[in-house]
Write a protein that binds this ligand. Structure first.
Ligand code: PFF
Length: 447
């Protein structure tokens, strides 16, 4: 039977700065540092970056605010919040879908997060391959047993942090890691921009050539805006349920948007100058961070130090996002199955680990030859989540906030122009664009 969660029990809450940090920690992740550079390399460089910024502003930020508003208003998890606000049980299915999406994402996200830990160590001790053999090194590494071990480490860390709760676990974790993270980011940016030949990389990233854009670029940009802001799978909704009533959600939206975009910008200003400076092409696809960058660092003075810092940065970004993803099914299990937080964190982390193993082994390992309908298991996880399930979850959020729930503006603290602009994006702009991504992903893009 449904109950309004959080009213009777001692409610868990973020402090206001803790919430902003945790939400930025969630949004800034492998998406910005691993995925964003390679899709920018593949889909149009600077022009693609501009498209991403537009998608972030007209779709990403309105949906972000909507998710946080539903969470705080409903004070429930990704499924029960919808019910708490309207008493309508049907929305719960979208919430359930979000939980499944989160479960799928954390499974393969944990794999890549694990790679970053091994690469941090290997960069420092200088065992990432020699000469020009970095691509092969990555392929061999991903095919072996170590990624499974590191994925296990990631899932144990996430399980422990989430098991400790909101203020004592997730908030503390972000407060410790994020300042160090910023410092490393700036050091690496200065290093990259002062490399000989860095300007070519900056041009590639910031001088747009619109003729290279295709319809596909726009859809990938929108999908990535979702992934990057952790939307469409109940994550910001779940975090929003722990936000205090006094906190301004509008300001939080701006802070998280600026944080995510700023980080994408700096990531681009680290990665493109670094690889261009060593004559490497940016169209390397998924392996960009794990192949092209080690090759560049190996030729750089003090390269093992900078390489180690780069992968440490990636590891921190990955872990602060991974805990936020795990929190979605954990909050759900605590409410619907009445599990304790610790039990939920332990069981779901263990199951995600189990599900992630085949995904990890399909990158270049024993399962890589098995490509049902043309994609490896890993690629299926990425495709289904980023381009199908997350947009679908986002569509539910826009329709719910735009049409079904009448008091959203009040909870979000928006009136006048900003309320009308928000509603315009939620009712018309976002659903149409999201629908375009969905239809394209399902019917046009050859799977
Ligand atoms: N925003 C994260 C990134 O860019 O890496 C990924 C992510 C985190 C997706 C949390 C979804 C989520 F709920």
């Amino acid at each position: 039977k449904e109950t309004a969660l959080g009213q009777s029990k001692k409610a868990e809450r973020f402090t206001s700065s803790g919430f902003i940090l945790a939400a930025i920690g969630s949004s800034v992740g492998l998406g910005n540092m691993w995925k964003f550079p390679y899709i920018t390399g593949l889909y149009g460089g600077a022009a693609f970056f501009l498209l991403f910024v537009v998608c972030l502003i007209i779709v990403g930020l309105p949906v972000l605010l909507a998710e946080m508003t539903i969470g705080r208003g409903g004070r429930g998890n990704a499924a029960s919040s919808f019910y708490n606000l309207t008493g309508n049980k049907q929305w719960k299915w979208f919430g359930f879908m979000s939980v499944v999406t989160a479960f799928l994402i954390i499974s393969y996200y944990g794999v890549v997060a694990g790679w970053t830990l091994q690469y941090t160590i290997d960069s420092v001790v200088g065992s990432l391959g020699q000469g020009t053999n970095f691509d092969q090194h990555f392929v061999d590494f991903a095919a072996g047993g170590w990624p499974v071990f590191w994925q296990l480490v990631v899932m144990i860390v996430c399980g422990v942090i989430v098991g400790k709760g909101i203020s004592g676990g997730i908030e503390k974790f972000n407060k410790i890691l994020i300042p160090g993270f910023l410092a490393i980011l700036l050091v690496l940016m200065v290093r990259a921009l002062t490399l000989p030949g860095a300007a070519a990389g900056v041009d590639f990233f910031l001088k747009p050539d619109f003729s290279v854009l295709t319809g596909e670029s726009a859809l990938i940009a929108l999908g990535h805006a979702f992934f990057s802001l952790s939307l469409g799978m109940g994550c910001m909704l779940t975090y929003g349920s722990y936000v205090q009533k006094e906190q301004s959600l509008g300001k939080a939206t701006v802070a998280i948007g600026v944080g995510d975009l700023g980080y994408a910008l700096i990531a681009g200003l680290i990665i493109f100058p670094t690889i261009f400076s060593y004559g490497i092409e940016p169209q390397k696809g998924v392996g960009l961070a794990f192949m092209a960058l080690p090759a560049s660092f190996s030729q750089m003075p003090l390269g093992s130090l900078f390489g180690g810092l780069f992968f440490l940065l990636l590891a921190i970004a990955a872990l602060t996002s991974a805990v936020s993803i795990l929190e979605v099914p954990v909050a759900y299990a605590m409410h619907y199955w009445k599990w304790s937080r610790r039990k939920a964190a332990a069981i779901i982390a263990a199951l995600s680990f189990a599900l992630g193993v085949p995904a990890g082994l399909s990158v270049s390992g024993p399962l890589s030859d098995w490509t049902p309908f043309g994609k490896s298991i890993f690629d299926w996880f990425d495709f289904m989540t980023a381009y199908v399930l997350m947009p679908l979850g986002g569509l539910a959020v826009t329709l719910f906030t735009g049409y079904a729930w009448k008091r959203a503006g009040e909870e979000a603290g928006l009136t006048g122009f900003w309320y009308r602009a928000w509603m315009f994006c939620l009712r018309y702009v976002a659903p149409l664009l999201i629908l375009a991504v969905l239809l394209y992903s399902i019917f046009v893009k050859p799977v």
